[in-house]
Design a protein around this ligand. Structure first.
Ligand SMILES: C[S@@+](CC[C@H](N)C(=O)[O-])C[C@H]1O[C@@H](n2cnc3c(N)ncnc32)[C@H](O)[C@@H]1O
Length: 265
């Protein structure tokens, strides 16, 4: 990929999605774009660049490009200490607990949260819950909404959880599982770019997960995103960041209650 094209692509992704793609990521970017070019039958990076940035058309290729350049690694019960914290501490017997997974990728984080909140609901410590999952990538949101995963994705989970919350296909050749309808009906997905000026929701959240997303942004963007997320958090609500993430700067509206768990004052 010519360096000038790499810089144009990385500038676009940084400006629109906040994701930093320094020159060290050039091989990664090249590999991912090449895959997309193969699907389109294009062999030249300059031709691809023209196709993506030809704004005379209503250009859907930019959506694919963002899909290709986001990193969507996730799995069920990832960084399980956060789920254990909720299992051990969450009590909210009145109203509905509203949770948001911001940067939810293909949905495993949302469904894990739903499983944990369902368990807490069964214990009568909460009254009801709803979860919103959001991401900038259209492709992962489609997977999340389908709620179908390879059987191997739930390999290590306890049998009670597998039996209660995952449906196996009747066709034994089909090695996939689907999230049970009781869980799916508590969850909705939407496209949301964390770089948007404000996040519009009709209510505040009791729980926000924004894990392993901030690492892709620079410090200024991280602070802005944290401030906007905090605005959407109820007083007493909890914000969870990824295990390798922390607040870029002290925030007067948040108290740290564990290394990556914060509570709104
Ligand atoms: C590594 S995944 C993390 C998934 C999940 N939170 C977890 O910890 O397992 C990061 C996700 O953040 C999303 N993302 C990156 N930039 C974003 C932005 N500006 N707005 C919304 N989502 C974004 C990516 O598309 C990707 O799915």
């Amino acid at each position: 990929m010519p360096t000038s094209i790499f810089h144009k692509l990385s500038r676009y992704v940084q400006d629109t999605c906040g994701i930093q793609l320094p020159i060290e990521k050039k091989t990664m970017v090249e590999g991912r774009i090449r895959k997309r070019m193969k699907a389109l039958g294009i062999s030249d990076f300059t031709d691809y660049y023209r196709l993506a940035f030809d704004h005379k058309r209503n250009n859907y290729e930019l959506v694919h490009m963002v899909d290709a350049l986001t990193t969507n690694k996730t799995h069920f019960f990832r960084e399980s200490a956060h789920f254990e914290y909720l299992q051990n501490n969450l009590v909210s017997p009145q109203g509905t607990v509203n949770a948001w997974s911001a940067g939810c990728s293909s949905g495993e984080e949302v469904y894990t949260l739903a499983i944990v909140l369902s368990n807490i609901l069964r214990e009568g410590r909460i009254n009801n819950f709803k979860i919103v999952g959001s991401d900038i990538s259209t492709k992962v949101l489609q997977t999340a909404a389908q709620a179908v995963y390879p059987e191997s994705a739930i390999d290590g989970l306890p049998l009670t959880i597998k039996k209660r919350y995952f449906l196996r296909s009747k066709d034994r050749m089909n090695k996939t599982v689907k999230i049970s309808s009781g869980i799916r009906e508590k969850v909705q997905f939407q496209k949301l770019n964390l770089m948007d000026n404000i996040y519009r929701f009709p209510f505040s959240f009791d729980i926000i997960f924004c894990r392993n997303v901030l690492i892709y942004f620079n410090k200024t963007k991280q602070s802005e995103v944290i401030a906007k997320l905090t605005t959407n958090l109820c007083v007493g609500g909890l914000l969870f960041l990824g295990h390798s993430e922390s607040l870029p700067a002290l925030d007067d509206n948040l108290i740290q209650i564990q290394p990556t768990i914060y509570q709104r004052r």
